[in-house]
Design a protein around this ligand. Sequence first.
Ligand code: CO
Length: 221
Amino acid sequence: MADSYKAIFEHNKEWVEAKLSDNPNYFHELAKTQHPEYLYIGCSDSRVTAEDMMGAQPGDVFVHRNIANVINTLDMSSTAVIQYAVEHLKVKHIIVCGHYNCGGVKAAMTSQDLGLLNPWLRNIRDVYRLHQKELDAIQEEARRYDRLVELNVQEQCINVIKMACVQERYILEEQPVVHGWVFDLRSGKIIDLEIDFENILKDIQKIYNLTDSDWVMSRKK
Ligand code: CO
């Protein structure tokens, strides 16, 4: 335990040396500013490492992770991240990434009292309720579990698209585009669920429209 903790600082030292040997100004440049094109919202699961699996470098991706990649308007943390990424960093893409074998999704499929986790996992139980017909029709439990992971990503993408800042900036600049991914731990591959962003946006604007597009356009310089 103590050794593996100590090893972190050894690895850090090696990492610094490797970066500096490539570019002696690396950290000087890194410290200046950030212009990430991507906001990645994923699960806290230790096996799903955003930058690693995307081959991304420091500065490439703005990251938010929580249990089972849930976006809820009452959660200040995730909504503040999205707001900042959209309005200030002006990211071009927002990725919601779930993963198969997700413990949070699994827990939400069981009928046990999970204490403090109950209200958080309620978000996923709501996804189940929205898609109950489809999910209950899947005989094999493992397949049903995989499908709930996918549907959870889809619904969390919709929650992102519901946000006023996303709608507003999309009217102005046709970005950010929201993408739904599933990381398959069993193969290491990223699967793009190819959610129909344009149509979801059009559909939800019937109910969740938070922007007057004429007003937004009138502010465009
Ligand atoms: Co997970």
